[in-house]
Design a protein around this ligand. Structure first.
Ligand code: HSE
Length: 312
């Protein structure tokens, strides 16, 4: 096999109280990477499209290139290299896991060429190297759901190791993501968080996390809504999102289960029991952003159960 194409979807990280732990996978949008096998031992980023020229074309400075390099180092035969073409389907700086989707698509396409026997799960660390470059932190909660699909919890292991656990979701659950016309860089959103969080806020967030996981597994949407409560990141980040409080009120009024900041923002997500309700929440959220003076785009998706995939 000389060429491979992979796509990797957008994700909602944190999912309320699960800062750097929970993430869920959307069906769309997706980044797409075509990889071509070479014998020069290098990673070359031949072209990037869909980014309005904003991402580095130098492989070592682009999360797709870095993730591909990490796959070669871990699994490639000596001398194998790849040329990459990256097509961005995700908006940059949106809180939808844009850097993660590029890293995952590049890792999967590269792995198809150099180590097709390696299971997807084993590519996680290589994908996290792309995230480390893009955001300054190898947090796993975007790359893991983009790679594997579903709702996942990323459990810290020894050193920087991460164990991914798949969590249950109620049938019919839909996700709304509404992105206003502002950008927030993940590195900046991490910088606004203090080094120490008050114990009472941590306790409340831990309780919400336990409640959310249980509620989603049992299908108790009312409890899930109450548990979409984060006191670790949201209090410090909400100021980066114009109209945040009004958007949250609007999604609840429209009947959504609850919501919060998607990843590091500015996208706000909502969970809804069915597609109809999700559509109503999306309209209400867009309107609330408009009232706050910002155009916004909405997407409604089921949770994608399988994540990144190879194209035939
Ligand atoms: N867990 C990360 C954060 C996700 O909130 O900073 C970034 O998309």
């Amino acid at each position: 096999m000389r060429t491979a194409i992979a796509t990797a979807p957008a994700t909602v990280a944190n999912v309320g109280p699960g800062f750097d732990v929970l993430g869920l996978c959307l069906e769309e949008p997706r980044d797409r990477v075509r990889a071509e096998l070479t014998a020069d031992g290098r990673v070359e980023l031949v072209a990037v499209e869909g980014d309005e020229g904003r991402l580095s074309r130098v492989a070592a400075e682009n999360c797709a290139g870095v993730a591909a390099q990490a796959v070669l180092e871990r699994f490639g035969a000596a001398g194998s290299g790849v040329r990459l073409w990256l097509d961005k389907g995700l908006p940059l700086g949106s809180g939808l896991g844009s850097s993660a989707a590029s890293a995952v698509a590049a890792a999967l396409a590269t792995a198809r060429l150099v180590c097709p026997e390696v299971p997807k799960e084993a590519l996680l660390d290589a994908c996290r190297e792309g995230e480390r470059l893009a955001t300054g932190s190898p947090h796993p909660d975007n790359v893991a759901p983009s790679l594997l699909g579903g709702l996942v919890a990323c459990l810290p292991g020894a050193g920087e190791a991460v164990e991914v656990v798949r969590l249950a979701l109620p049938a019919g659950l839909h996700v709304v993501c509404v992105k206003p016309d502002v950008e927030v860089r993940t590195a900046d959103a991490r910088r606004v968080m203090p080094a120490a969080i008050p114990v009472a806020d941590v306790v409340r967030t831990l309780a919400a996390m336990a409640g959310l996981v249980t509620a989603l597994a049992s299908g108790d949407l009312e409890l899930a809504g109450r548990c979409l409560d984060d006191r670790v990141a949201t209090p410090y980040r909400r100021a980066l999102i114009p109209g945040y409080d009004a958007v949250m009120e609007a999604l609840l009024r429209a009947g959504a289960v609850g919501g919060g900041i998607s990843g590091s923002g500015p996208t706000v997500f909502a969970l809804a029991g069915d597609r109809e309700c999700a559509r109503r929440a999306a309209d209400a959220m867009v309107e609330a952003f408009a009232t706050a003076g910002h155009a916004a785009m909405a997407l409604v998706s089921a949770v994608d159960p399988s994540g990144a995939r190879l194209e035939p």
